[in-house]
Ligand binder design. Structure first.
Ligand code: LLP
Length: 436
């Protein structure tokens, strides 16, 4: 099993050296528990793998995966930069201590007000369309203003159709065959294009599409540099590196992947003379890989129901963790208070549906999942809940969002308080005539 599952001496699931059963008792459920050291290790593993082969290298953490302030601070301390896709993510990054030069804004369908805000922060803008370029020219003085463009390399991949961001169905980036024209236009307008970016999709465990996209992007960049005299300061290959969610899935061999992609990168730099003056930076933008396996969602079983199917009912739902309902994503589920049970009790394994508490039929964490006997009061650990989990949560069904804790060396601290019912009214204003 390549999942980051640790079991405590007592047969309880462990996170960061703490016993999840005790954590659930202390903080209540549902609860997101985040392992600080795992984030640091994930960061170092990627950084070391790539810098071994190419030193002008930066990791831009895709903050959409998890914008918790503590998670952002941990990655800031590690030396990460940021991929921000909204003004809110830029704001959050600045607030958590990232200087503007460590943030790249890659927006899509951006308003003029948002462009103005990004310009004021001093963060570099990665443009997604000619429309944005023309509107930006009216907002800033283009002369010598550094920008980059997101390009659609016509290569796409991802764990679900919704998570494929390259190819002709994708709304992102400029067309590959128009790149030269667009960079020329930008230069004519006075801008100084210094970067090129792509991101082909998310949740990819196979290195091949990345390698293909890197080759295509580097060819486009090469052509642009030869035909428009752009000197690239950076080439950004995007994120999307998968992690295993199912026990049978293999880890991405990050060292081999780094070796191969930096190999393509370097040979293309030489082929097109893009390293004649100065070697451009290679950027990558992982989100899930850095934080995905660093957290668990702890949720308590409150109902065991034998209906036409056997349902294990828990105290969280797709408002807390949307991925299974939205993409049919698999999240491994472990009986946290009896984590050794499958080994001891193999014959009793049965297939059950793990159902959330949202009033919708699609609110299931798992269908037909083989699990050991589960009783009311048991604790479940839903794994790989560090990326696109809390960040995609909502208050649907008027359920306050859960608490988050950070665990390090067996010690836990609350890093986000559980919302209260009162919080459900935040920012709402009742017109006078409707007051009682
Ligand atoms: N860079 C850009 C421009 C992106 O749009 C994304 C993700 C990333 C980097 C990071 O991708 P990652 O390394 O985390 O795969 N909600 C979906 C994932 C959507 C990802 C959107 N963009 C999920 O839960 O699987």
């Amino acid at each position: 099993m390549d999942l980051n599952l640790k079991i405590h001496d007592k047969g309880h699931v462990d996170i960061g050296g703490a016993d999840t059963v005790e954590l659930a008792e202390e903080y209540g459920t549902p609860l997101y528990a985040i392992d600080e050291d795992r984030i640091r290790d994930n960061y170092k593993r990627v950084y070391d793998a790539f810098t071994k082969y190419y030193s002008n290298f930066k990791i831009l953490y895709a903050s959409k995966a998890n914008t918790n302030l503590s998670v952002m601070r941990i990655l800031e301390e590690e030396g990460s930069c940021i991929d921000a896709v909204s003004p809110g993510e830029v704001f959050t990054s600045l607030k958590t201590g990232f200087s503007p030069d460590r943030i790249l804004f890659t927006g899509n369908n951006v308003t003029n007000d948002e462009l103005k805000y990004i310009d004021e922060t001093g963060v570099k803008i990665n443009l997604d369309s000619v429309s944005q370029l023309k509107r930006l020219a009216k907002i800033v003085d283009p002369e010598g203003y550094k920008i980059s463009f997101r390009v659609n390399p016509m290569v796409g991949a991802g764990h679900h159709e919704h998570c494929i961001t390259g190819g002709e169905m994708s709304k992102f980036g400029i067309k590959e065959n128009e790149a030269v024209e667009v960079y020329k236009l930008a230069k004519e307008m006075g801008f100084e294009p210094v970067g090129m970016h792509t991101h082909i999709g998310s949740g990819i465990l196979d290195p091949e599409p990345f390698k293909l996209a890197t080759t295509v992007l580097m060819d486009i960049a090469g052509q642009v540099s030869q035909e428009t005299d752009v000197n690239f300061e950076f080439l950004d290959l995007g994120g999307g590196f998968g992690i295993p969610y199912e026990p049978e899935e293999n880890l991405l061999d990050i060292d081999l992947f780094a070796k191969e992609s930096t190999g393509i990168f370097k040979s293309k730099l030489s082929e097109y003379g893009m390293n004649d003056n100065k070697e451009p930076y290679m950027y990558i933008e992982p989100g899930r890989y850095l934080v995905g396996d660093a957290a668990l969602l702890l949720t308590r079983v409150n109902t065991v129901k034998n209906s036409y199917r056997k349902f294990i009912g828990v105290d969280s739902g797709f408002n807390t963790l949307l991925r299974p309902s939205m993409y049919g994503s698999y999240h491994h589920i472990v009986l946290a208070n009896k984590a050794n049970e499958p080994a001891e009790n193999g014959s009793k394994i049965e297939k059950v549906d793990v159902a959330g508490n949202v009033c919708e039929s699609g609110d299931l964490f798992a269908r037909d999942r083989p699990l050991p006997p589960i009783e009311e009061g048991d604790l479940l650990a839903i794994m790989n809940a560090g990326a696109y989990s809390f960040s995609m949560g909502s208050q649907y069904n008027s359920r306050p969002r859960p608490a988050e804790i950070l665990v390090k060396n067996g010690n836990s601290e609350i890093i986000r308080e559980r919302e209260t019912y009162e919080d459900l009214f935040n920012k709402q204003i009742l017109p006078k005539r409707l007051k009682k």
